[in-house]
Design a protein around this ligand. Structure first.
Ligand SMILES: [Zn+2]
Ligand SMILES: [Zn+2]
Length: 150
């Protein structure tokens, strides 16, 4: 299992305490997390909310994480799948597919969001040639295992 620090250095970037702490929170969570979720998980770590926002933006810019819109209008964040990382050589739409080309399971009761990397978009190149796509999201909605049982 890769550590958060390795993920940052492997991408040729500089790990700081805050960057490692935020990325590690996502790395160790199965679900996608919102900004408040991340803050709550970092209790006891010396990091303020503004720094967490800044670190999340930085991680997004560097394609280490992606954001997912959720029903409560708060963004949720999760790691990009490393093997689908088309850094450098790519065109804008490959970056888009990397960030959002996979599906998300949204539980309509508890609001958890899970990345499903096995289910990915197959979007024909002709679409990108004719349409300026700024965001791709594939959502599956329903009830998670916990909510089915309660
Ligand atoms: Zn649920
Ligand atoms: Zn995802």
């Amino acid at each position: 299992m890769l550590t958060a620090e390795q993920l940052i250095t492997d991408a040729g970037l500089r790990p700081t305490k805050a960057r490692v702490a935020v990325l590690n929170t996502l790395l160790t969570s199965t679900n996608a997390l919102s900004h408040p979720d991340i803050l709550a998980a970092l209790q006891g770590v010396e990091i303020d909310r503004v720094t967490v926002y800044r670190v999340l933006d930085w991680l997004l810019e560097n394609s280490l994480i992606h954001k997912i819109s959720s029903d409560d209008r708060a963004w949720k964040f999760q790691l990009n799948a490393p093997k689908r990382n088309y850094r450098s050589a790519d065109t804008a739409h490959l970056g888009l597919l990397n960030n959002h080309g996979h599906a998300h399971l949204h539980c309509q009761q508890c609001g958890t969001v899970l990345c499903i990397h096995e289910l990915a978009a197959h979007i024909p190149q002709s679409l990108f040639d004719t349409y300026c796509v700024s965001n791709i999201e594939i959502s599956l909605k329903g009830l998670c295992l916990d909510c089915q049982q309660s």
